[in-house]
Design a protein around this ligand. Structure first.
Ligand code: NAD
Length: 242
C-alpha cells in the first residue's frame, strides 16, 4: 500500500475527487462525510472505507483515525476538506448562529482533525495534513462574510500549527481553491449571465475541475513537497494574482 489517508468532505466535489485520486495511486482511504449516499458509492472502491459523521464532532475525527489504523495499520496523510458556507446577510435572522456553525465545521473541525492525526503521525516519525481553505480566505468576497472569516482563520491556524509541529516532521499546508465545479458552486452557474461574468474574471477563462484541485492536494501530501509546510497554495486559474 502506497500510504493511508483520511479525507473529510469526501462524498462530493473536491473531497470525492481526492479519494478517487489517492485510491487510484495505491492509498488506503478513510472517507468521512455527513452525506451517506455519496459515501456508499465510494465504499465500493476496494481500498476505501466510509465513515458517516460530522467533522464538528471530535469523536468522528478520532473514529476516522481509528478506522485508518484498524483497517490499514497506519496513517500518513489527513486531508481536511469538509467545508460549508451560507450564513446569509448579517442582519438576517439567525445569521450569528449560522456563523458559529460555519466556524465549528470550517475551523474547529480542522483543528480537531489535525489533533486526531497527531498521535499516529508522531508514532510514524511524521505525516502530512492538507486543508482545503479558499481564495475567499485571502480576500473579501461580497455576500460570504462568515465563510470569508472561517477560511481566513483556517489559513492562519495552519500557519501556526505548522510551526508548532514542524519539529516532529508533521507538514501542514492548505490549498485555496477558486472557482471549482462542485456541488458547492453548481447553483451559481445555473444563471448563464452570472456564469459568464464569473468566468470572465478568471485569468485562465474557465473553472477548474475537482480533479485539478485534488492533484495539488496530492502534491502537497506527497514526498515531492517534503520541504513545504505552513503555506497556502491558490488553485484558482490566476484569480488571486489579478
Ligand atoms: P461540495 O459541497 O461538493 O463538497 C463538500 C462536502 O463536504 C459535501 O459532501 C458535504 O456533505 C461535506 N460536508 C459538509 N459539512 C460537513 C461536515 N460538518 N462534516 C463532514 N462532511 C461535511 O463542495 P466542494 O467545493 O468540493 O468543497 C470542498 C472544500 O473546498 C470546502 O472546504 C470548500 O469551502 C472549499 N472550496 C471550494 C471552492 C469551489 O469553488 N468549489 C472554492 C473555494 C473553497
Amino acid at each position: 500500500m502506497a500510504g493511508v489517508a483520511v479525507v473529510t468532505g469526501a462524498a462530493s466535489g473536491i473531497g470525492r475527487a481526492t479519494v478517487e485520486l489517492f485510491a487510484e495511486r495505491g492509498f488506503g482511504v478513510v472517507a468521512v462525510d455527513v452525506a451517506e449516499e455519496g459515501l456508499a458509492e465510494l465504499a465500493l472502491i476496494e481500498s476505501v472505507r466510509a465513515l458517516v459523521g460530522d467533522v464538528a464532532d471530535d469523536e468522528v475525527n478520532d473514529a476516522a483515525v481509528g478506522l485508518a489504523l484498524s483497517e490499514f495499520g497506519r496513517l500518513d496523510v489527513s486531508v481536511l476538506n469538509a467545508g460549508i458556507g451560507g450564513a446569509g446577510p448579517l442582519e438576517s435572522e439567525g445569521a450569528l448562529g449560522r456563523l458559529e456553525h460555519i466556524l465549528a465545521v470550517n475551523v474547529r473541525g480542522v483543528a480537531s482533525g489535525i489533533r486526531a492525526a497527531l498521535p499516529p503521525f508522531r508514532a510514524a516519525g511524521g505525516g502530512a495534513v492538507v486543508v482545503t481553505s479558499s481564495i475567499s480566505g485571502l480576500r473579501g468576497d461580497p455576500g460570504t462574510w462568515a465563510y470569508n472569516a472561517s477560511k481566513a482563520a483556517v489559513i492562519n491556524l495552519v500557519r501556526g500549527l505548522a510551526l508548532d509541529y514542524a519539529v516532529e516532521n508533521v507538514r501542514i499546508n492548505t490549498v485555496a481553491p477558486g472557482a471549482a465545479l462542485t456541488g458547492m458552486t453548481e447553483g451559481l452557474l445555473e444563471n448563464p449571465a452570472l456564469a459568464r461574468s464569473l468566468t470572465r474574471r478568471i485569468p485562465l477563462q474557465r473553472w477548474s475541475s475537482a480533479r485539478e484541485q485534488a492533484e495539488v492536494i496530492w502534491f502537497l501530501a506527497s514526498p515531492a513537497a517534503s520541504f513545504v509546510t505552513g503555506v497556502t497554495v491558490p488553485v484558482d486559474g490566476g484569480l488571486s494574482a489579478s
